[in-house]
Design a protein around this ligand. Structure first.
Ligand code: NDP
Ligand code: F7E
Length: 313
């Protein structure tokens, strides 16, 4: 399906990890009519402002990459904010897009919507088949409500809603605040600082035994735009690389890329979270999409971005 390059496309959350990658990918793909608003310009928690924005801009395509997002500790510390803000933002944006006649909408879910003890790799059909992981249940419940909203709106006419379920993401514009970040940016920062201090140890949370799958964010953006350009009009799609590593292996790779040779020490007072959440990505590969960035190359690129962010702050 050919999408005119001057189609009006709204990217919500365009300064975040995923939103900024979607903007990069749209711009490099020749799209010329992007609409963006900073958090300060448009608070997506405010339904009236969101309605006014959609009434005046009437975007044809929408990528919802604005959300309250964080790692295991942030999710554990702010459960009320994670469910409340995500429900509000997604309800406001999806409903306004539907009301104002957007053609196509991409909702960003997460791999944590699947049951904690799912068979691996996780197929889309395992959705709602068992209990969730407790460390991110409020966030997951909000995302599950978003997926359901996409499904029920698709039962009628109007906007076509597609939901994508990314695995753990990383890359440019990630967040390096250790209390809130995900594991990969946290390890980049910790290893960098340990190297600068000349430490002999690196503290890694939990047991190091959980498995996680890591997707470079530009590949994630590419997957979203692939779905838009290929006329995919409904359904949920796992997006990942199809293989995972243990947290210990991840820490070793980050140490290797950054050039730090200390001893890994595990902090058992911190939670492990889900033991494993490897995505089955055969729906996406069946459509003709697969990720292209290896984890080593991705960590190298992310580390360069971290250094750039450190210099500019
Ligand atoms: N990062 C990951 O590993 C994963 C992310 N996802 C999903 O991808 C999507 C994007 O996540 P990611 O890019 O990592 O998150 P980020 O935190 O990097 O970006 C989120 C963006 O949303 C904006 N935002 C948040 N609340 C509001 C609001 N009330 N009004 C306006 N803007 C707001 C933020 O602006 P500001 O910073 O100014 O508040 C920020 O720019 C989310 O839906 C997330 O659940 C899914 C799986 C994994
Ligand atoms: C994307 C996904 O992200 C979140 O789920 P998560 O994958 O469990 O989150 P995480 O990246 O923070 O941790 C992954 C693993 O890594 C270990 N770990 C080691 N050392 C550090 C460390 O220094 N920081 C962090 N954050 N984790 C560490 C940590 O103990 C855990 O075992 C969800 O909240 C949910 O929001 C979601 O969708």
């Amino acid at each position: 399906m050919t999408i005119p390059k001057d189609s009006k496309i709204y990217v919500a959350g365009h300064r975040g990890l995923v939103g900024s990658a979607i903007v990069r990918r749209l711009e490099s793909g020749g799209y010329t009519n992007l609409v963006v608003r900073t958090h300060q310009e448009l608070d997506l928690l405010d339904q009236a402002s969101v309605n006014t924005f959609f009434e005046s801009e009437k975007p044809e395509y929408v990528f919802l990459a604005a959300a309250m997002v964080g790692g295991i500790q942030a999710n554990n510390t702010y459960p009320a904010e994670f469910i409340y803000e995500n429900l509000m933002v997604q309800n406001n944006v999806m409903h306004a897009a539907h009301k104002e006649g957007a053609k196509w909408f991409c909702f960003l879910g997460s791999s944590c919507i699947y049951p904690r003890d799912c068979p691996q790799p996780i197929k889309e059909e395992y959705f709602l088949s068992g209990p969730l992981e407790k460390t991110n249940e409020p966030y997951a419940v909000a995302k599950i409500a978003g997926i359901e909203l996409c499904n029920v709106y698709n039962q009628g006419d109007g906007t076509r809603f597609v939901s994508v379920m990314p695995t753990n993401l990383y890359g440019p514009n990630d967040h390096y605040d250790l209390a809130k970040s995900h594991v990969l940016p946290a390890l980049i920062r910790k290893v960098h600082e340990a190297k600068l201090r000349g430490d002999s140890e690196l503290v890694v949370w939990g047991s190091g035994k959980p498995y996680r799958e890591f997707l470079y964010v530009d590949d994630m953006a590419d997957a979203c735009i692939f779905l838009m350009e290929n006329g995919v009009e409904e359904g949920m799609y796992n997006v990942g690389v199809g293989e995972d590593v243990t947290i210990r292996e991840l820490a070793e790779t980050v140490m290797d890329v950054i050039g730090f040779q200390g001893q890994i020490v595990f902090d058992a007072s911190k939670p492990d979270g889900t033991p494993r959440k490897l995505m089955d990505v055969s729906q996406m590969t069946g459509l003709g999409w697969r990720s292209t960035t290896t984890i080593r190359r991705g960590i190298d690129l992310a580390y360069k971005d971290f250094l750039k962010q450190s210099i500019s702050t």
